[in-house]
Design a protein around this ligand. Sequence first.
Ligand code: PMP
Length: 385
Amino acid sequence: MTALAQAHDAVNLGQGFPDFPPPAFVLAAAERAARGEQQQYARGAGAIELCQRVAADASPGLGRAIDPAREVTITVGATEALFATIMALVEPGEEVLLLEPFYDSYPANVAIAGGCCRYVPLRVEGQRGWGLDLDELAAAMHDGTRLLVLNTPHNPTGKVFDRDELTVIAELCQRHDVLVICDEVYERLLFDGREHLRLASLPGMWERTLTISSAGKTFSVTGWKIGWVIANPKLSLAVRRIHQWIPFAVATPLQLAVAEALERAPELGYYDELRQLYTAKRDRLVSALTDAGLRPLTPGGTYFVIADVGACAEAAGLEDDVAFCRWLTTEIGVAPIPPSAFYGKEHAALARRLARFCFCKQDASLDQAAERLTKLGYVLRPGKT
Ligand code: PMP
């Protein structure tokens, strides 16, 4: 979609990366680290300065003192964290449970590990937005399930799993002795007073949960690729045994820069600022989509919004989400992502009426998209001026 957006000079609301610079204090930290003394291979499991900072930040939410030396592993973004973890835990033929729509690297990683995926779709529950049918999840999980991958706040729906849902998920995982990857890369992007709740903090879950996150979204530095896995020593060791043979160690100065950024962020009030910034961008995009006659489901977190574009797609004679997203890019000049890419074959039809838009863009880009989207009025109400 990015290539198509470029070819047609469309506003790219497809791929999720900010088109504005990272905060000055983050860039200053990188400059300092780039000129500093530590320029050689980092400690394999991660520069201890960063492990200490990640551990200190995560300890309150996890309700325990995380050991930086044994329970935090630094990786090449959350992407490598996911890959190393899945390679470490999944043996050929073992079953992994994924919720749909999923982040696209999950099934690819499971396939590389030789495992197989079973899918449970999230479903739109009217005004309440995206819900997980816990009975459907219970029916899909069994004693042979090795791993569940959960993502909260959730890309692409913006769903934030609440305590009740996480409690049922936790009980099911314990009943069937299932390990869990909790992908929390959007942990700082929560709206309307929501708080981030970590699955690993629920009773009985520290033993079986690997919490994955990264600096990319929090500091608008997706290109730095600094991520981490937090897990008990036994699970961390399993991840490290794979990580050792992927990058061995991660870029030293960028680890030190992230350590400094994490340390300074709270005192600068950065996290509140980030929430305010993204709340305003979310509201801007949601109203633009609504005004254009599309039906967005307001996200509780992340920088994505999914809209029901069915009425518009039908009016324009487009058969599914892929056709709609291509058309919106080439004819209207706004590029979204077709969410069927985030479903297995069985449930892909659930995405036929949907499109994903991201709002991690400058206000000028969002306003330009809004202006272009007004053209949809002619499609939905032909003849009206
Ligand atoms: N998980 C999810 C849900 C994501 O959206 C992303 C990035 N788009 C990642 C993992 C990968 O994160 P990173 O860029 O830190 O590798």
